[in-house]
Design a protein around this ligand. Structure first.
Ligand SMILES: NCc1[nH]cc(CCC(=O)O)c1CC(=O)O
Length: 309
């Protein structure tokens, strides 16, 4: 059967959809891309938290899944809300790229820990808050738009550097512009960063086809990690706009370690915990992490964050 793949039309989104297309092709499945604009692509003059907390980059693709205009939707796992409506499901997560953030600049001498002050372009509440916490000497410049737009703004002098996900920078072939790889322990990524997710609507795709796609694309170790991270985010009822962070990693064959937490928007308060457990209990791991963070003052912090966004 021929598969219609729904994707946003940014270069990164199309790269990711073509990557999925290649994996399907290797299993003998043909496909085509259907480009769909989302609110997050069209509204560029407001921060994501102001546009709406959930589904900014996914809603229009989900609408097309439901009408049957597309068979699968390809998203950055990071952009997919942690709680999906009951008729929508994730059937695969690709093997994760290194999940860390990177500093991108034309100036090779810049470093976050270098002590000198410069301007970093980012629109992510997590990155702004972590920068305020760990690097208070730096300033941030609000910057929306796709990777190419941000690089153009960098070149036009709106900022001195960008803070971006390694995965996107690498997929776009901009590795040469990376001047620093940020440590996962301090700059813990957003839930799902570095993996690509396949979403389907229940009645429109046959079980056989769905299973075939899962077999070709899903990376089980990554999926176990993302289940833990997404359970954490679901318990916080957070979208991509709250300054939360979490990363699950395999410690050995049997165990997953999940570190994550919350940081206040001004960076003054940072809550972080690590939980370890078996992959079959990854959901519980995420839930436990969230409960621990909420109990340590995260509940009040979340209220505060929501009131300010
Ligand atoms: N919200 C934007 C977004 N969504 C996914 C990625 C990068 C690719 C990935 O994490 O898989 C990016 C860009 C960025 O954060 O730098």
């Amino acid at each position: 059967m021929h598969i219609r793949i729904g994707t946003r039309s940014s270069r990164l989104a199309v790269w990711q959809a073509e990557h999925i297309q290649t994996l399907l092709q290797q299993g003998g499945l043909t496909s085509e891309l259907v480009l769909i604009e989302t609110k997050g692509d069209l509204v560029l003059d407001r921060s994501l938290s102001k546009i709406g907390s959930k589904g900014v980059f996914t809603q229009e693709l989900e609408d097309q899944l439901r009408t049957g205009a597309i068979d699968i939707a390809v998203h950055s796992a990071k952009d997919l809300p942690s709680i999906l409506p009951p008729d929508l499901h994730i059937i695969a997560f690709t093997e994760r790229e290194p999940a860390n953030d990177v500093l991108v600049s034309r100036n090779k001498n810049l470093s976050l820990m270098g002590g000198e002050s410069f301007r970093i372009g980012t629109s992510s509440t997590r990155r702004v808050a972590l920068l305020k916490h760990y690097c208070p000497h730096l300033t941030t410049v609000d910057m929306r738009g796709n990777l190419q737009t941000r690089l153009r703004k960098l070149d036009e002098g709106h900022c001195d550097a960008l803070l971006l996900a390694y995965a996107g920078v690498h997929r776009m072939g901009y590795d040469d512009l990376i001047v620093e790889r940020l440590p996962l322990t301090e700059f813990t990524p957003a839930v799902g960063q570095g993996s690509i997710a396949i979403e389907v609507a229940t009645p429109s795709l046959s079980d056989d086809l769905s299973e075939a796609i899962t077999r070709l694309i899903n990376h089980a170790p990554t999926a176990a990690c993302l289940r833990a991270e997404r359970a954490f985010l679901a318990r916080l009822e957070g979208g991509c706009s709250i300054p939360s962070f979490a990363l699950a990693q395999w410690t050995d064959e049997q165990t997953i370690s999940l570190s994550g937490g919350l940081v206040s928007l001004d960076g003054s308060q940072l809550l972080k915990e690590t939980f370890t457990g078996p992959p079959e209990e990854s959901h519980l791991l995420g839930h436990s992490l969230a409960e621990a963070i909420l109990a340590r003052g995260g509940d009040a912090l979340l209220l505060d964050i929501r009131a300010q966004l």
